[in-house]
Design a protein around this ligand. Sequence first.
Ligand code: DQA
Length: 147
Amino acid sequence: MRILVMHGPNLDMLGKREPEVYGHETINSINQRILEAADAAGVEAECFQSNDEGTLVSRLWQAVGTCDGVIFNPAAYTHTSVALHDAIKGCGLPCVEVHLSNTHRREAFRHVSLTAGACIGQIMGFGATGYLLALQGLVDYLKGGRA
Ligand code: DQA
């Protein structure tokens, strides 16, 4: 089983970027924790980050046939991207949306997700732990068809 983990725009700046909101952990450290958790669960994981909407759309489609599921923090594109909604839906891969922060406690423009409706589930507000919770949920879903 192979899982694609995708991080959207500005998440390469974790650690430097608004640490009071997103914490001090870097994306490399988060990816390391995801890879270790995947290893412990007996699955393969691959981590990818892009600041570009089209690149994220293309990476999703490239996962068809090589990956079984996707964990995705679309970051700001969550609130704007019909293209990413369509790619998640169209590629047919089960996807879990993750947000480090609880977007419902923040500005009103973050309260709507255009991408969540194309996903099997969404986890937010638990910082980097959310990726590990998503991994557990996605692997359970892929093994047992739950969620
Ligand atoms: C985020 C929340 C988004 O609103 C924001 O644009 C991000 C990060 C999160 O992980 O909390 O870049 O996706």
